[in-house]
Design a protein around this ligand. Sequence first.
Ligand code: IMP
Ligand code: MG
Length: 204
Amino acid sequence: MHDLDEVPVGRDLRADIDHILVSEEELNAKISEMGRQLAKDYADKDLILIGVLKGAIMFIVDLARAIELPLTLDFMAVASYGASTKTSGIVRILKDLDSSIEGKHVLIVEDIIDSGLTLNYILETLQTRNPASIRVCSLLSKPARRRVDVPIDYICFEIPDEFVVGYGLDFNQIYRNLPFVGVLKPELYTEPAEHKPASANEEI
Ligand code: IMP
Ligand code: MG
């Protein structure tokens, strides 16, 4: 038996959050609704959900459980070329899919579409592999930041141009396990010119 009082208590993650943008309840409600919509749209189709690691992990797990259809899961991990603070648009595949998507109905599951450059690259790459169809479902979208016009078929929440963490989204690889989406206190990241912290691009 462990005495809970003896377990060292870590830093309070929530203390770093300025305000909550999307609560746990709002996430649950919207993802259930999205799952029902997708179950209708993909009834009788051979559906494969492709999660973009690591940001989309929480979302894809909850979304998959909300889609009451037979489906398969696969994952990709990508990174922007160069450790620059700006999304370059040139993306490197760190982990490719395990299986072929030929003839399958692909749904790319993303955490957030910001400039759109990462998604644009993923779409171009996957389109060459002859899927039956390819669509995108993103938890969040920041339309004000878009630099390339990418089609997003399903969006759970449009958000303002603020840096958010939680529910899979990170800053310096932490905060992913917060159960809501919140805005980080601005004093915690100090990048004057470019709004997006450098770390956001190293692993997306
Ligand atoms: P894009 O290529 O600019 O659309 O970059 C999208 C990627 O940048 C996302 O998949 C995230 O990993 C990361 N990103 C963009 N905005 C945020 C944010 O507000 N918080 C955390 N990560 C972000
Ligand atoms: Mg991402």
